[in-house]
Ligand binder design. Structure first.
Ligand code: GLA
Length: 736
């Protein structure tokens, strides 16, 4: 069904009470509706957010008995509740009281439709617009706010949330991601109780190592993967955020999300505007996975850079050689990845620095010139080697940063972030500093790093853009004394501006958002990036947990997922390459090791995995996710699948998460298939000496979705190859 966006006339015609001169705004998507009342001269009210309403229900909505809440509460009058916006007017007045002045619907150049409800303070020339964007065919509504100060002097914005949503009090559960460096994307599920639940970020530069700026709210009790009414919310912002849910004595859980206003009061000069980042909302009655599918589809189609282009299978040099980069080693790695069927080689950290060569993490950031001791024939010769091997070439940079030991810092100490009168706090390597992206000169430098590299070497196909430090001092050498509170926001405005320039000049380079692993998994940064690095931890077992959580909000195409060495460099766990490959194959497949150190047998398995991945790549990267058994449920197994939108092809993943003798695992029931279609089962990445009993057999979608298949707990391999790991990847292809 096509999305529609109607502004229905007076409520009188809809049977609403005659005393209210109401104007119903219906922001509907194929399966969801957001219904507002935007009567002129009144305050904007929200009547419904959830499943798509029929004309009949829309007509009777006012009689459904629910109270109407402000769609965007502002601070000052009856200030007891939480507000989405709080400002100090030019004359010092702390109260704001806005009324609707108009409603407008416009089609944007990208095919989306934007509905804007304009409001103005009843006393002050302070304009506040609430916006809603929908895209044809997508069940996501983006909302944001813009304000304009037409007052006589500066207005101070104390809080400026992107959006607010009242959720009816009940057995509502919150799903959120938490974690840490090397343990990103952990799932937490808890019921909402009275009081405030806050999820926040104050890193300054990156924002998803610890908590995430996305949540889900399950309205029917404990979250289920494929059933239950579920709301999803994703704040699309690369900087500090705050999401909170206030469960008070009303009938509602009040959800707010936006830029974290703490220490970030924004002074809006006369005539200036401020636009918040968007908050993406979705709703599904198909549980957590339903919300994930909505986010993935919308994200791929409208936010992720080149979201509909297949990603290459790559080898990244970091865990293979760390800083020990030299020409023969790079050439060897390129040859090896090419021989296994890979398509891209990425040279990680350690390739640059002239006066100060980058031999460890304590020098050289900012000096983006090749270290000719390590690479005497420069970058072009590496690109040529890649070409000879029939693969592409990529390179690592960290353009937002510098070290005290660098030529950049020696020349321009004024470009770094630091507080007045105090020495700069130094990060990674004991010397790392963050460049002040609020400063347009720094924006130029960051632009030039990418522009120079990609212009000089058009053969650079891929950039790994890292960011390995938080903002460590609240101070800008560029911003004026009275605007120091703008630092966190202006850093990200500067970053976005720079990324806009980079993308305008270089739309086709694949760019990965890395930030000490998974520090930049957020829809706010992905419009300029093709993917993110999920974590610096490549341990396949722990990755199942991390990628599970990350998949709540982000699609496999964006999730860098690499086969690394055993023992693993983070957990020191020894995992056979088959299991490592089967986990990596559920995201954007790559390798993160020195192939020289692999056995021939391991190379053979990886070669097979790469070839199999190529066959299923469109299903994994563009398909719909159905998570089946969560590793967090402790059942000893985790399982998920991807299904094409046509439901004619699917990939099923099954990973055993623990091993005990005679353990009993549940038989996994599939989801997302067409019950009436028949599917042929083929095992991918097979290591067993004999095929599975159901290899090549056909089953109906109905059977697979009500019974599943009995997956053997172990592999049938030669005795010395037995291990405590077991996993399966099955392809289900429709038989016509
Ligand atoms: C960060 C990244 C790693 C690697 C190193 C290089 O930690 O997350 O993948 O690129 O930097 O220094």
């Amino acid at each position: 069904m096509k999305q529609s966006l109607l502004i229905l006339g007076s409520m009188l015609t809809l049977g609403f009470p005659a005393t209210i001169n109401a104007e119903i705004v219906n922001v509907s998507t194929p399966n969801t509706s957001l219904i507002l009342n935007a009567e002129k001269g009144g305050s904007l009210k929200i009547l419904h957010y959830g499943d798509r309403l029929s004309a009949t229900d829309l007509n009777s909505l006012s009689e459904a008995g629910a109270s109407w809440r402000d769609a965007y509460p502002v601070y000052g009058i009856l200030p007891q509740g939480e507000a989405a916006m709080s400002v100090t007017h030019a004359d010092g007045n702390m109260t704001t009281d806005v009324e609707v002045t108009g409603v407008e619907t416009k089609n944007d150049t990208d095919g989306s439709t934007v509905t804007t409800i304009s409001m103005r303070d009843k006393v002050y020339p302070f304009d506040l617009n609430v916006n809603y964007r929908t895209y044809p065919g997508e069940d996501v509504i983006e909302t944001w706010v813009d304000v304009k100060n037409n007052e006589k002097g500066t207005v101070k914005l104390n809080r400026f949330m992107s959006g607010y949503l009242p959720v009816r009090y009940g057995n509502v559960w919150l799903s959120q991601l938490y974690g840490s460096w090397a343990n990103e994307g952990r799932v937490s599920e808890t019921p909402l109780t009275h009081g405030v639940r806050m999820i926040k970020n104050k890193d300054g530069a990156r924002n998803s190592h610890t908590s995430h700026g996305e949540i889900m709210l399950s309205l029917d009790g404990k979250p289920q993967e494929n059933t239950g009414r579920t709301i999803g919310a994703a704040l699309c912002y690369s900087g500090n955020y705050k999401l909170f849910i206030d469960t008070d004595d009303s009938n509602y859980h009040h959800f707010f999300a936006g830029i974290n206003e703490e220490n970030s009061a924004y002074n809006l000069k006369k005539g200036e505007s401020f636009v918040t980042p968007p908050l993406a909302l979705t709703y599904s009655d198909e549980g957590l996975s339903g919300v994930s599918r909505n986010f993935h589809r919308w994200g791929r189609n409208h936010r992720l850079h080149d979201g509909n282009k297949e990603r290459k299978i790559l080898l990244n040099s970091w865990e293979g050689v760390y800083f020990d980069i030299d020409e023969p080693t790079m050439a060897g790695m390129m040859e090896d990845i090419a021989s296994m069927g890979g398509e891209l080689f990425v040279m990680d950290d350690g390739w640059f620095g002239d006066k100060y060569p980058r031999d460890n993490d304590s020098t050289s950031l900012g000096d983006w010139v090749v270290d000719t001791d390590k690479l005497p024939n420069g970058i072009q010769s590496l690109i040529d080697t890649a070409e000879k091997n029939g693969i592409k070439f990529g390179i690592w940079i960290e353009p937002e940063m510098t070290n005290t030991v660098s030529e950049l810092y020696e020349k321009h100490p004024e470009y770094i972030i630091k507080a007045p009168k105090r020495p700069a706090t130094q990060g990674r390597g004991g010397t790392q500093l963050v460049l002040d992206l609020a400063n347009p000169k720094v924006q130029d430098i960051v632009f030039q790093v990418v522009d120079t590299l990609t212009t000089k070497y058009p053969g650079i196909d891929y950039i790994k853009w890292d960011a390995n430090a938080p903002i460590m001092d609240h101070g800008s050498q560029y911003l004026t004394a009275d605007n120091q509170s703008h630092l966190y926001i202006d850093y990200h405005k500067g970053l976005e501006k720079t990324l806009d320039r980079i993308r305008a000049a270089h739309p086709n380079v694949t760019i990965q958002a890395c930030a000490s692993g998974g520090g930049r998994a957020n829809w706010g940064i992905l419009p300029w990036f093709d993917e993110f690095w999920t974590s610096d931890n490549n341990d396949a077992l722990q990755r199942i947990y991390m990628q599970w959580g990350t998949s709540y909000f982000f699609p496999a195409i964006a999730m860098g997922s690499h086969i690394s060495a055993s023992p693993n460099h983070q957990t020191f766990r020894r995992i056979p390459v088959k299991f490592r490959a089967d986990v990596a194959m559920s995201g954007r497949l790559g390798l993160e090791l020195q192939p020289k150190n692999m056995t021939d047998e391991e190379k053979g398995i990886v070669k097979q995995a790469i070839s199999d991945y190529k066959a299923i790549r469109p299903i994994v990267q563009f398909g719909d996710i159905y998570r089946l058994v969560s590793p967090y449920d402790g059942k000893g197994v985790a399982s998920l699948m991807y299904v094409t939108p046509e439901k004619d092809d699917a990939v099923f993943y099954w990973w055993k998460t623990e091993t005990f003798m005679n353990q009993q695992l549940p038989r996994v029931v599939m989801a997302g298939l067409n019950p009436d279609k028949t599917y042929k089962v083929t095992e991918l990445n097979r290591i067993d000496n004999e095929p599975l009993s159901f290899e090549g057999k056909t089953f109906t979608g109905k059977y697979l979705m009500s019974n599943g298949l009995e997956i053997p707990l172990t592999h049938k391999v030669d005795y010395h190859k037995n291990s405590d790991y077991s996993s399966r990847v099955l392809r289900l292809t429709e038989v016509k």
